[in-house]
Design a protein around this ligand. Structure first.
Ligand code: C5P
Length: 225
């Protein structure tokens, strides 16, 4: 890691969960803490990049020097990312985006009417933000380097390799279990076209710095300055 290794790069990161409204006071979300994404934003900034962090609802402080764009739903996040991706040179998707959202969200609070009847929820699929960005002209022409994450409970290498191909990204990073949501440390499995390597258990702060160095190496910017 060196403080100039991402100088001149514009890094776009998604972090945290998304929140999908059912009505004005209820919704569906998940337990992503946002810690890994925020740590990567801090590390990328410390490596000299200009960093934009599109963050779902989390209570973490914005890392110094990082531009934060707060979003709520997957569709909010997708819109912010599509706009920002036009200028970015690196996209790192750490957000735990809700796979589905309620098909419709009620304008007013859904009332309990005393009859014992329960509301039925129908779902529709959310846009896949990472796959969308990876399929963009900027990414396909090599102007935007895309990195995805995967949280799997078993067969991490196989699932991570498959996900890398399915999402169409050059680098896919697997969270090595047990479940890392909310934890301050993690271990990572990096899968790219050359193969795979493990970053052993360490604090998310330390892993973020190692990951930034790995990305800089793949961009060819690690030893440029
Ligand atoms: O498909 P899955 O959720 O397992 O893939 C995880 C990766 O894809 C993460 O990098 C996550 O941020 C990204 N993702 C996304 N938009 C979605 C679902 C996942 O960007 N709707």
């Amino acid at each position: 890691f060196s403080p100039k290794m991402l100088a001149g790069q514009r890094v776009l990161i998604t972090a945290g969960p998304t929140f999908e409204a059912i009505d004005p006071v209820r919704g569906i979300t998940n337990l992503s803490s946002g810690k890994m994404g925020f740590a990567i934003a801090r590390a990328a900034r410390q490596a000299g990049a200009e960093v934009t962090l599109v963050a779902g609802p989390v209570h973490l402080a914005t890392p110094r020097g990082v531009r934060r764009i707060p979003v709520v739903s997957a569709r909010n996040m997708a819109q912010a990312v599509m706009e920002q991706a036009q200028q970015a040179t690196v996209f790192i998707a750490t957000a735990a985006v809700a796979d589905w959202r309620p098909a419709s969200s009620a304008e007013h609070k859904i009332k309990k009417d005393g009859s014992g009847e329960v509301p039925a929820l129908a779902f529709v699929e959310n846009p896949d933000i990472l796959a969308g960005v990876a399929a963009s002209e900027r990414a396909r022409s090599g102007q935007l380097y895309c990195v995805g994450f995967a949280a799997e409970s078993e067969n991490l290498l196989a699932h991570a390799s498959a996900k890398r191909a399915r999402k169409g990204v050059p680098l896919l990073v697997g969270n090595i279990g047990p479940a890392t949501f909310g934890q301050d440390d993690n271990a990572l499995l990096l899968v790219d076209a050359q193969g795979h390597r493990e970053l052993p258990r360490a604090s998310k702060t330390e892993l973020a710095r190692q990951l930034v160095a790995e990305i800089a190496q793949r961009l060819g910017t690690a030893r440029q300055r």
